[in-house]
Design a protein around this ligand. Structure first.
Ligand code: DOR
Ligand code: ZN
Length: 481
């Protein structure tokens, strides 16, 4: 048998070890990992001397804005950024226009992504007050999971009441899919924002004052209670504070199937950066006081937080530099800079490169039912690889990144450790820091290979559907009630 590609002289990284080995790839899959002289013949060989071979990162939290906001990003520019960032699979959020809330809209988004993506992807379905009945069609249409906004953010998707959230959890619990939560409690922050505005606060730090950590603590705690009651699997997006860790730890200790992510902005930025970046740093949840960074890092180390994602949230320079902080769009790009930012920490000795692989690829793949097809370098796995040079230094320059959003608080940051090649299912999509021509449209939805474990549904006899014998109100009944 002749392999398509054999990569020699690199160091293969798994969640447990980093060891010199060759990797053979055929038909998009890894077929062998081992000594160079044990590799099959190959059509092409790559000398990876000096490079580490990582499973491509799986970023479970990006906003590629397509359809709806082509001035901010689209599937082509967003996945080009992913390819440059060593990211081989992305999960895209549903706050596009129209929001990804039914089967028809989902099918349209799947078609757009399949036509433009350089890397593999999963699509979230929107779980809102009015889309609970659409769960079956969203599942049939191939969502990777659901997104529920407990708090308002960009796109102003209304946050469901706790009653609707419980019903939504009941319905999703039996499907086994995971629900990702924007865990910030809307009523607290809306009230504070109104009061802050009335009090004349319009500078960047007013944003943080509208969303103190208790906003997240309350939401994480409530979400875990509903998850525990229903058995719905949940994922806490963008953990930003040390205070959220206690409800998360306690829920995990009780056996709740909850996972968590943090993002580079909560590890590497703090209130010290607000004056320098102004509105550019505005993001939900907000960048917080510096003393949150160390506990978040430690929580990754001890497994309380399972993974690194980015919340890649591109906007235009005009949208990010308005004088009134309340008028500034929230978020900034990150899918291209996450890996270099984290590898810089590997170089600094704060963590091992295996730790990084555990947070960036192995755990996302496991918790989303993609392991070992994704997130592993072993025979049978998809050949999704990031080949990184840990000695390469780079200064992030917003003007040169792939994302259409040329403005971020990463601008000017010095990093050490950079992906030089990215391979998706055996094919180079980024090679020698250059996008490979013809790879637009190579990305595929990963929902077809997702295998979530059987659900552990609880209190099935007490669900809304059980106690109302499956009664569903028509729109008129609902408004009359
Ligand atoms: O800052 C944010 N921006 N946080 C979110 O949760 C959404 C995101 C966006 O879509 O812009
Ligand atoms: Zn987000």
């Amino acid at each position: 048998m002749t392999a398509d590609l054999v990569i020699n002289n690199g160091i293969v990284v798994t969640p447990d070890a980093a060891f010199p080995a060759s990797v053979a790839i055929k038909d998009g899959k890894v077929i062998a990992v081992g000594a160079a002289d044990a590799m099959p013949a190959a059509h092409e060989t790559l000398d990876a001397s000096g490079l580490h071979i990582l499973p491509g990162a799986i970023d479970v939290h990006v906003h590629f804005r397509d359809p709806g906001y082509p001035n901010k990003e689209d599937w082509e520019s967003g996945t080009a950024a992913a390819a440059f960032g060593g990211v081989t699979t992305v999960f895209d959020m549903p706050n596009t226009i129209p929001p990804t809330g039914n089967g028809t809209i989902l099918a349209e988004k799947h078609a757009i992504a399949a036509a433009k993506a350089h890397v593999d992807f999963g699509l979230y379905g929107l779980l809102g007050e009015d889309t609970i009945d659409n769960v079956p069609e969203l599942i049939a249409g191939g969502v990777i999971g659901f997104k529920l906004y407990m708090g308002n953010t960009f796109g102003k998707i209304p946050s469901p009441s706790t009653g609707a959230m419980l019903e939504a959890f009941e319905v999703v619990a039996e499907t086994g899919k995971r629900i990702s939560l924007h865990a910030e409690t809307n009523s607290i922050m809306e009230r504070r924002q109104t009061r802050l505005t009335q009090a004349g606060r319009r500078e960047p730090l007013a944003h943080l004052d509208s969303r103190p950590a208790v906003v997240a603590v309350e939401a994480v705690s409530r979400a875990c209670i509903l998850s525990e009651w229903t058995g719905a699997r949940i994922h806490i997006l963008h953990i930003s504070s040390a205070d959220e860790l206690r409800p998360l730890r306690e829920a995990k200790a009780r056996g709740v199937d909850v996972t968590g992510e943090s993002c580079p902005q909560y590890l590497f930025l703090s209130t010290d950066d607000y004056s320098r970046f102004g509105g550019v740093i505005r993001v939900n949840p907000p960048v917080r006081e510096k003393d949150n960074q160390e506990p978040i890092f430690a929580a990754l180390q001890d497994g309380t937080i399972d993974m690194i994602a980015t919340d890649h949230a591109p906007h235009t320079p005009e949208e990010k530099t308005r004088n009134d902080i309340w008028a500034v769009d929230c978020g900034f790009p990150g899918v291209e800079t996450q890996m270099p930012a984290m590898l810089t920490q590997v170089n600094a000795g704060r963590m091992s490169i295996s730790d990084y692989v555990r947070w960036s690829a192995y755990n996302p793949a496991r918790h989303w039912g993609l392991y070992p097809r994704k997130g592993a370098i072993q025979p049978g796995a998809d050949a999704d690889l990031a080949l990184v040079d840990l000695s390469l230094e780079w200064v992030v320059d917003d003007a040169k990144i792939q994302s259409r959003s040329k403005i971020s608080p990463w601008h000017g940051r010095k990093v050490k450790g950079l992906p030089v090649h990215t391979i998706v299912r055996g094919r180079f999509v980024m090679r020698d820091r250059t996008l490979v021509a013809g790879t637009k449209g190579w990305g595929r939805s990963v929902h077809a290979i997702q295998k979530m474990p059987a659900p552990d549904v609880r209190n099935a006899g007490k669900t809304m559907r059980a106690v109302t014998n499956g009664f569903r109100p028509s729109p008129t009944t609902e408004s009359a009630a």
